[in-house]
Design a protein around this ligand. Structure first.
Ligand SMILES: [Zn+2]
Length: 50
């Protein structure tokens, strides 16, 4: 399967840790760089394949 590409930071606080380190991916995911929280689905992202 295709891996999503990292598009860059968005100006948004992480729902989980509150840091502005949320990264947008080409599949529409918004994942926190620090705690790997998925901002849309609200779960800890399985980051192994990125
Ligand atoms: Zn976070």
């Amino acid at each position: 399967m295709d891996e999503p590409k990292l598009l860059g930071y968005v100006s948004k606080e992480c729902n989980n840790c509150g840091r502005v380190r949320v990264e947008e991916y080409s599949d529409g995911s918004l994942i926190c760089e620090k705690c790997y929280w998925d901002q849309i689905d609200n779960y800890k992202f399985p980051y192994d394949y990125l």
